[in-house]
Design a protein around this ligand. Structure first.
Ligand code: NAI
Length: 462
């Protein structure tokens, strides 16, 4: 008799959600986690701590930039970096302890240590071997660095080191104009660092709608970030506590260098499967080193499943969570499913950037006839009152049927606003369905409705 119905390896958002759902469905569940705390990268060194720093640094921005305009007069606050880090660590602790509580509540066993899979149906931790009818690999990802760059997590850092710097750097160079680079780059820019982002491609946030990416770049420049695009970083030379980033411009192959107190390497992530023994076990991988699975998250080894950043698809906590729930349901004999056409993506800068579904570029590529409805937050009363009128909502709908195909928002609370469009898309809604839905006034969400109106007879406030 195996000791567990299910052993989940990894307690990040994919793994812990999978474990909780499986326990709710009546399975006897254990989770293997080697960190001191549950929650994986997201809660310990990713989503949650970065959001704490984004919140604190935005509060500083509000105090220095908008308070006086609203008649709130007083000395601007100064930054106590150590206290800010304590606040961030406290937020992490509250969240990771919350998962521990949920494990106890759902009678999930936490097997502490790093897992190895010696054979199908077995999980080894140190000398102990546990057996399980099903195993789910939810081991997530790690930062992928570049050749010619040595990470020391002090001067040359990944996102992990960037969340715990000893002091706020005077000069920070960010390699990679993707999500991590821009979220953390904007934190340090607001805390007073001179931030330069060096991006290989000709624009930021590749894969996003190009019109949004351009508007985002303009706003970030206005906020004081220096952005160099079309630049391939070759290496980082380090001497003591200083570094120099050497890059070549793709347009003319000229070589340049930038001095930095801290270099943040944010050039993507790769699956983390070290120590699992996938090779010996004969687990099939994709050419990019991800674990290959079928539509039910099953690998080629019976009883072995994989989800989250370790398998193909967007590396997002909520994608992993949804896959965690789906695979638990499948293992319990139900019909788990994830709709990959409706997975929102959010960049938690100020303003936020959020997207779901097709971009204008992807529709053009497919020669899919579409129409666009846009609405600027300039025409939204609430945004004006809140100094948040930078940005716009863009809805893409089928030219004939009016069905919503995608949406892209740059602006206040974009990460929350996107979800009414996600729900609409799940129900196969037309832009007109959104346009005919009463939206409370004054709210940011009126901008979404106006963009939907713009897909039809036109918005009211533009
Ligand atoms: P990313 O893939 O978003 O961006 C990496 C950027 O680095 C790309 O724009 C790429 O062109 C650039 N790059 C690569 N090599 C370069 C070179 N030699 N010189 C200059 N630029 C170069 O990766 P990122 O930002 O590291 O994030 C990793 C993963 O974590 C992503 O999948 C992201 O979606 C996820 N994540 C999501 C968050 C969110 O949803 N808010 C927050 C943080 C991470």
């Amino acid at each position: 008799m195996p000791s567990f119905d299910l052993i989940v390896i990894g307690a990040g958002p994919g793994g812990y959600v999978c474990a909780i759902r499986a326990a709710q469905l009546g399975l006897k569940v254990a989770v293997v986690e080697g960190r001191e705390t549950l929650g994986g990268t997201c809660l310990n060194v990713g989503c949650i701590p970065s959001k704490a720093l984004l919140h604190a640094s935005h509060a500083l921005y509000e105090a220095t930039e908008t308070f006086a305009k609203m008649g709130l007069i007083g000395p601007a606050p100064s930054v106590d970096w150590e206290k800010m880090r304590v606040y961030k660590d406290d937020v992490i602790a509250q969240n990771t302890k919350g998962i521990e509580f949920l494990f106890k509540k759902n009678k999930i066993t936490w097997l502490k240590g790093w897992a190895h899979i010696p054979a199908a149906g077995q999980v080894q931790i140190g000398d102990a071997i546990h057996s399980a009818t099903n195993i789910v690999i939810a081991t997530g990802s790690e930062s992928a660095t570049l050749p010619g760059i040595t990470i020391d997590e002090t001067t040359v850092v990944t996102s992990t080191g960037a969340l715990s710097l000893g002091k706020i750097p005077e000069n920070m160079v960010v390699i990679g104009g993707g999500v991590i680079g821009l979220e953390l780059g904007s934190v340090y820019a607001r805390l007073g660092s001179q931030v330069t982002v060096v991006e290989y491609l000709d624009g930021l946030i590749p894969g996003n709608d190009a019109e949004i990416a351009k508007a985002f770049e303009k706003i970030l420049k206005k906020q004081g970030l220096t952005i160099i695009t079309g630049a391939a970083v070759q290496k980082v030379a380090q001497s003591g506590a200083k570094a120099e980033v050497i890059y070549t411009l793709r347009k003319d192959d000229s070589t340049h260098s930038l001095p930095a107190d801290v270099v943040l390497v944010a050039t993507g992530r790769r699956p983390y499967t070290t120590g699992l023994g996938l090779d010996t076990l004969g687990v099939t991988l994709t050419p990019r080193g991800q674990i290959a699975t079928n539509a039910h998250y099953a690998t080629n080894i019976p009883g072995l499943y994989a989800i989250g950043d370790a398998i193909p698809g967007p590396m997002l906590a909520h994608k992993a969570e949804d896959e965690g729930m789906a695979v638990a349901e499948i293992i319990a004999g139900r019909a788990g499913h994830v709709n990959y056409a409706v997975i929102p993506g959010v960049i938690y800068t100020h303003p936020e950037v959020a997207s779901v579904g097709q971009t204008e570029e992807s529709l053009k590529e497919q020669s899919h006839p579409y129409k666009v409805g846009r609405f600027s937050f300039m025409g939204n009363g609430r945004a004006k009152a809140n100094f948040a009128a930078d940005g716009f909502v863009k809805i893409l709908a089928d030219a004939k049927t009016d069905r919503i195909l995608g949406a892209h928002i740059i602006g206040p609370s974009a990460g929350d606003l996107i979800h009414e469009i996600c729900v609409a898309m799940e129900f196969g809604a037309a832009a007109e369905d959104l346009a005919r839905t009463c939206h409370a006034h004054p709210t940011y969400s009126e901008a979404v409705r106006e963009a939907a109106l713009a897909c039809g007879d036109g918005p009211i406030h533009a």
